[in-house]
Design a protein around this ligand. Structure first.
Ligand code: C2O
Length: 541
């Protein structure tokens, strides 16, 4: 394994899309940000310099950081922000991840423009578990706001309603040629007939699950969240914010120009059905069409299409890539995920339903981030920063997915509560979507771990019937999973990575509303089962 070093300078730089020029936060002036390349098991050191007027933290999404939460990144969970004028050297400790991950800011809404791909190749002399592709191409789905995203966030928090939607979705930073203003910069992928390409896709969108499709071509999924999957042939993919999907594209159609496109899948809430496009251009002599063919998408609200794709993913689960899904759980957790309402302060009115304000909760607790980070407080035994009573179950049972819910359940409690896990406990966690105010998918992301997705379904989880249908043979290994609207998802993992680990919905508006919680995984008994000490340059609050 190698040590690789990267330099990230956060600064304001100016960019133009949709004929609008604006200044925004970027790393090294690039949008999307630089791609990090490494091999399995490498140590990547990133020197992050803050030369902007805004606090920042950077998170290495999907990297487990064994015994080393200090560089994980979430603001006020594992660190205080890197303040303007300061520097923090982050150690990105790779272990068994192999495939595509990404990095992004984990501070307020700055990930809107501060993100990039993190590509982890197999170790030298090792091959992919699929035929070697002719070329590899990262494709990052993102968004463009004509307005300043910090202002969009502040206005959204003040209004109590839904945030403004972006002005365009992006493929590799470009809105595509359905937007006349940005046409000439459309992302183009030039392919040779007969060759196969490995596409490494990241959904870096803020608030939407996306469909993606290429006109006239099927794709073959081979991995997700830096773990290989069984080959899955499909004509579209569903990808949630935080998730990555690796797929093969066979250039096997008559040479021409074809659109690749991505469109919102939205279940409830405000959405914008804008489509972003890129172009697949075959190399060769032919007359290109005046306008390439657009792929046909599932309906924007087609939950079945979204769920069907996700539930077809399977681990390789063979000799070379075995799985180790816990067959029993010593720790059973049941977490309800809810959107809730709260009256507006004073006599003001808010823009949510009933003129109240939106918030969100897990087991009826709305996460309030502290002013000192939880990791620091845990390590140095600082009292009064967090409490250790995050509940294993919701405070009461109800019919989670019915449409009308008594008003009391709209009122969660604020809290900075952590749930403590014993070292090496085997955890089963069932996420139960609820319909307290609105039933909506929640792409749940866990830091510090990958987990096996052993089951999911629509409606209320049935603890007597559903566990007998779990897939313990080849469940996919992921770190972000969309819990379907009005449904549930069960995951399992072994708590073998001591530290402080954030778990939250990867919709940015839901995190802002408090849809997250924190696990503390205790140290094991032997010295190499405990957290490593912090680096000397940890940012201070
Ligand atoms: Cu990709 Cu806590 O996030």
């Amino acid at each position: 394994a190698l040590v690789r070093r990267y330099k990230f300078v956060l600064r304001n730089s100016s960019h133009t899309r949709l004929c609008t020029n604006k200044t925004m936060l970027t790393i090294n002036g690039q949008f999307p940000g630089p791609t990090i390349y490494a091999r399995r098991g490498d140590l990547v050191i990133v020197d992050v310099y803050n030369r902007a007027g805004h606090n920042i933290t950077i998170h290495w999404h999907g990297v487990k950081m064994p015994r080393y939460p200090w560089s994980d990144g979430p603001e006020y969970v594992t660190q205080c922000p890197i303040s303007p004028g300061t520097k923090f050297s982050q150690r990105v400790v790779l272990s068994d991840e192999e495939g595509t991950l990404w990095w992004h800011a984990h501070s307020e809404w700055s990930r809107a423009s501060v993100y990039g791909a993190l590509i982890i190749l197999p170790q030298k002399r090792n091959n992919y578990p699929f035929p070697k592709p002719h070329a590899e191409v990262p494709i990052l789905l993102g968004e463009w706001w004509n307005a300043d995203v910090q202002e969009v966030m502040e206005e959204f928090l003040a209004s109590g309603g839904d945030p403004n939607v972006s002005d365009a979705f992006l493929i590799n930073g470009q809105p595509g040629d359905l937007y006349p203003c940005s046409r000439q910069d459309t992302f183009k992928l030039r392919v040779e007939f007969g060759k196969t390409y490995l596409i490494r896709m990241v959904n870096a969108v803020m608030n939407n699950i996306m469909f993606f499709r290429i006109a006239n071509h099927n794709i073959i999924v081979v991995g997700s969240d830096a773990a290989y999957t069984k080959s899955l042939r499909s004509d579209y993919i569903t990808i949630s914010p935080g998730q990555t999907i690796d797929f093969l594209l066979e250039a096997n159609q008559p040479p021409s120009h074809y659109y690749m496109a991505s469109r919102v899948y939205a279940s409830g809430g405000n959405f914008d059905n804008t489509t972003t496009t890129g172009i697949i251009e075959y190399i060769g002599n032919y007359t290109p069409p005046s306008s390439p063919l657009l792929p046909i998408f599932p309906d924007f609200n087609d939950t079945a299409a979204s769920v069907n794709f996700t539930t077809r993913l399977r681990s390789l689960a063979n000799k070379k890539y075995p799985i180790d899904v816990p067959l029993n759980a010593t720790e059973k957790l049941f977490f309800t995920l809810s959107i809730n309402l709260r009256p507006c302060p004073g006599n003001t009115t808010c823009e949510g339903p009933f003129q109240e304000r939106f918030l969100a909760s897990v087991n009826n607790v709305t996460l309030v981030l502290p002013r000192t980070d939880i990791l620091q407080a845990y390590y140095r035994r600082i009292r009064g920063v967090y409490e250790t009573d995050f509940p294993d179950n919701p405070p009461f049972r109800f019919n989670y997915t019915q449409d009308f819910i008594p008003r009391d359940l709209w009122r969660p409690e604020d809290g900075t509560d952590v749930n403590i896990l014993e070292y090496n406990s085997t955890v089963e966690l069932v996420f139960q979507g609820t319909n307290t105010v609105a039933g909506i998918d929640h792409p749940m992301h866990l830091h510090g771990y990958s987990f096996y997705v052993v089951g999911s379904g629509i409606g209320n989880f049935d603890r007597d019937r559903d566990p007998s249908r779990y897939n313990l043979v080849d469940p996919p290994l992921m770190e972000t999973i969309a819990v379907p609207r009005n449904g549930w998802t069960a995951i399992r993992f072994k708590a073998n990575n001591p530290g402080v680990w954030f778990m939250h919905c990867h919709f940015e508006r839901h995190v802002s509303w408090g849809l997250g919680m924190v696990f503390i995984v205790k140290n094991g008994k032997s010295p190499n089962e405990g957290m490593l000490p912090p680096p000397p340059d940890m940012p201070r609050c």
